[in-house]
Design a protein around this ligand. Structure first.
Ligand SMILES: Cc1cc2nc3c(=O)[nH]c(=O)nc-3n(C[C@H](O)[C@H](O)[C@H](O)COP(=O)(O)OP(=O)(O)OC[C@H]3O[C@@H](n4cnc5c(N)ncnc54)[C@H](O)[C@@H]3O)c2cc1C
Length: 285
C-alpha cells in the first residue's frame, strides 16, 4: 500500500524531478547551497538498480542543464546502486555515475546507511576517491564507536566528509546511545575535520553543536569558507537562512522521489514534534 504524498511534503520536495528542480533554484536564490537526493535504498532487484543509476545520471545532467541556477551537488545511497546484491555491480554503477560527475563538474556525496554496510561503503569510497578526488565525498556518523579512526583516515586522504549524528537504530556494541555522549563525539570530530580535513559539512539542526562550531571557528580564527553547515529540507528553514545571512555556508539536503517512506519514517522517529505536525496536517486536509 502506498501512502499519499501529502504526508511527506514537509520533508520531501516532490515526487518528480521536474517539480524538484524549481525548489532547488528557489533555495539558491535565497543564498543557500543544495544537494539533491533521489530517495530510495536497499534495492535487491538488478533491474531497479540499473534504473536508479540511470535516474541519478539524469539528475546530474538536468542540474548541469540548469546553467548554474542549481548547485552541482547530489547525494546518493550505495544501496540504491546494488551494494546489497553484488559489490562489483555497485562499483561499476558508481564509476559510470562518477564519470558523468567529473565531466559535468558535479560533486557526489555518498550518504552513510546502517552498520550492515559501513565497512563496504567506506571501502568502496576509498577505492574510487583517488580517481575522482574532486567529485566524491563521504558521510561519517558521530554515534558510531569506530568513527574517530575513520575521521583520521579521511583527513589523511584529504577526502571531503559530511559529519552527522547518525540516523539508524544501531546496537549498543557499535553505537553510542545517549545524546550527551553523541554530542561530545560530534564536537571532537567537528574540530578534527575543520582543522585537519577538507571542507567538511557539519550536518545538524542541533543548536548546541551549531553554536559550538561557530565559537570554535571564531576562537581559532578559521575562515568561514573552510567548512559549511548542512541541514535537511523542511527542518528549521528560518535558521538555515539566518546562518547563511551570518556569512556561513549552509547547504540544504533536498530529497525527492516516490520511494520516500523510509526517509520520512526516520524523520518522524527523530522528533516527536514531527509526528504532531503530520497528524495536525492530516486532520486539516
Ligand atoms: C544534511 C544532512 C545529511 C544527513 N545525512 C545522513 C547520512 O548520510 N546518514 C545518516 O545516518 N544520517 C544522516 N543525517 C541525519 C542525522 O544523522 C541525524 O539523524 C539528524 O540530523 C538529527 O540529528 P540533529 O543533530 O540534526 O538533531 P536532533 O538530534 O534531531 O535534535 C537535537 C536538538 O536540535 C534541536 N532541533 C532539532 N530540530 C529542530 C527543529 N525542527 N526546531 C527547533 N530545534 C530543533 C533541538 O534542540 C533538539 O533537541 C543527515 C542530516 C543532515 C542534516
Amino acid at each position: 500500500m502506498k501512502l499519499p504524498f501529502f504526508l511527506a511534503r514537509k520533508f520531501v520536495a516532490a515526487e518528480a524531478l521536474e517539480e524538484t528542480l524549481p525548489v532547488a533554484e528557489a533555495l539558491k536564490a535565497k543564498g543557500l547551497f543544495t544537494t539533491l537526493d533521489l530517495l530510495g535504498e536497499y534495492l535487491s532487484d538488478r533491474n531497479k538498480v540499473i534504473k536508479a543509476k540511470d535516474e541519478y545520471i539524469k539528475l546530474i545532467r538536468s542540474i548541469d542543464a540548469a546553467s548554474g541556477n542549481i548547485d552541482q551537488n547530489i547525494s546518493i545511497k550505495l544501496s540504491m546502486l546494488g551494494q546489497k546484491i553484488d559489490e562489483s555491480l555497485c562499483m561499476d554503477n558508481l564509476h559510470q555515475l562518477l564519470t558523468v560527475a567529473q565531466e559535468t563538474n558535479t560533486f557526489v556525496r555518498l550518504d552513510m546507511e546502517g552498520t550492515d554496510v559501513t565497512d563496504s561503503t567506506i571501502s568502496i569510497f576509498e577505492k574510487v576517491h583517488s580517481d575522482y578526488p574532486e567529485n566524491v565525498g563521504i558521510v561519517l556518523q558521530a554515534y558510531l564507536k569506530r568513527t574517530k579512526e575513520d575521521i583520521e583516515r579521511m583527513c589523511e586522504m584529504n577526502a571531503r566528509v559530511r559529519l552527522c549524528k547518525g540516523a539508524y537504530k544501531e546496537p549498543e556494541k557499535l553505537a553510542w546511545q545517549d545524546m550527551p555522549t553523541i554530542r561530545e563525539h560530534f564536537l571532537q570530530y567537528m574540530e578534527m575535520l575543520i582543522t585537519k580535513g577538507r571542507y567538511p559539512g557539519i550536518a545538524t539542526h542541533d543548536d548546541i553543536l551549531i553554536d559550538a562550531t561557530k565559537s570554535f571557528v571564531r576562537e581559532n580564527d578559521i575562515a568561514s569558507d573552510r567548512f559549511e553547515f548542512q541541514m535537511l529540507y523542511g527542518i528549521r528553514a528560518d535558521t538555515q537562512e539566518t546562518i547563511a545571512a551570518e556569512g556561513f555556508g549552509m547547504r540544504v539536503y533536498v530529497p525527492f522521489g516516490d520511494m520516500w517512506f523510509p526517509y520520512y519514517s526516520r524523520r518522524l522517529r527523530e522528533r516527536k514534534e514531527n509526528v504532531w505536525f503530520i497528524l495536525k496536517n492530516m486532520f486539516r486536509s
